[in-house]
Design a protein around this ligand. Structure first.
Ligand SMILES: C[S@@+](CC[C@H](N)C(=O)[O-])C[C@H]1O[C@@H](n2cnc3c(N)ncnc32)[C@H](O)[C@@H]1O
Length: 267
């Protein structure tokens, strides 16, 4: 089944679960029915809603989150890889946001996307679960600072890309995975608390980040010792890459209330 048909099938199932909070207009070339915000939260939201050019497909609550996590990289020679290019609209949005200095690459499994090469990003054709292909793209980019995984949304593919790309990400970089509602959908190898789900891996990473306190070691080897932060939003996860160091505790000042001396393990 083609990617979009599969997504639409699962989406409709989700719709019946959550009611009519999101809707799709009838007719050919369906589009989301949604109101433009009265005020834009920032430039990404503006670009998205004012877009009359190449199509961009986004859940609208992602837009301010992109601004939050991508702000430190704006107008810098940052190396950005988008997995899943589709119509090329999001690549245009990233170019607008990151600026002319950004080294922007997109990959897609669909050969039709090759025609977008050079428009606002370099486009390479291949699968996100092909580690050799991913490494060759990163080599061409000269390194990696930002990953946006908006590809197949299949759990094994998300894991495969993450395990190849996260070790290649520069320190200080961010790895963003979107549409993680598929982590609950069997058609995408997901399921509630199913081990194959990427959200279950994120839960393991939470434990890994706290390895100092449980002493059981780190399980998710791709991100070992490099979990600077984990940000979980509805269907969107951002992982900051930063070296982990044992926590240091300090107390400053000299005056303590009677009986409020230092206690083991807590502040
Ligand atoms: C959700 S669309 C991308 C939407 C686009 N980023 C946007 O915001 O408008 C997903 C894209 O991932 C591509 N894709 C599906 N499986 C893939 C895979 N295994 N590797 C790379 N790309 C894949 C599809 O061809 C499709 O173009």
């Amino acid at each position: 089944m083609a990617y979009s048909a599969l997504y639409e099938k699962s989406f409709r199932k989700m719709q019946s679960l959550i009611g009519a909070q999101v809707d799709i207009a009838p007719g050919p070339g369906w589009r989301w029915v949604d109101e433009k915000p009265a005020r834009y939260s920032g430039e990404i939201e503006r670009f998205f809603w004012e877009n009359t050019d190449r199509a961009i497909d986004k859940w609208v609550h992602y837009l301010p989150l992109y601004e939050r996590y991508f702000a430190p990289f704006r107008h810098r020679p940052v190396r950005v890889l988008e997995i899943g290019v589709q119509n090329g609209g999001s690549a245009r949005m990233w170019r607008d946001w990151f600026g002319p200095e950004a080294i922007l690459f997109g990959i897609d499994i669909d050969p039709a996307c090759a025609q977008l090469d050079g428009e606002s990003a370099r486009i390479r054709i291949g699968s996100q679960d092909d580690a050799t292909f991913l490494r060759s793209v990163v080599a061409e980019m000269g390194g990696l600072d930002v990953v946006i995984d908006d590809g197949s949304h299949v759990m094994s593919h998300i894991h495969s890309s993450f395990r190849t790309l996260f070790p290649l990400l520069s320190e200080g970089g961010v790895y963003l995975v979107e549409d993680l509602h598929t982590a609950y959908w069997a058609d995408y190898e997901g399921g509630y608390r199913r081990r194959s789900s990427f959200l279950e891996t994120v839960k393991i990473m939470i434990d890994d980040m706290h390895c100092w306190y449980h002493g059981s070691g780190q399980m998710e080897r791709a991100s070992a010792d490099m979990l600077g932060g984990l940000h979980v939003h509805d269907s969107l996860v951002v992982i900051d890459k930063a070296a982990m160091h044992p926590p240091r505790r300090a107390m400053t000042g000299t005056t303590q209330l009677a009986g409020h001396g230092s206690k083991a393990g807590g502040s």
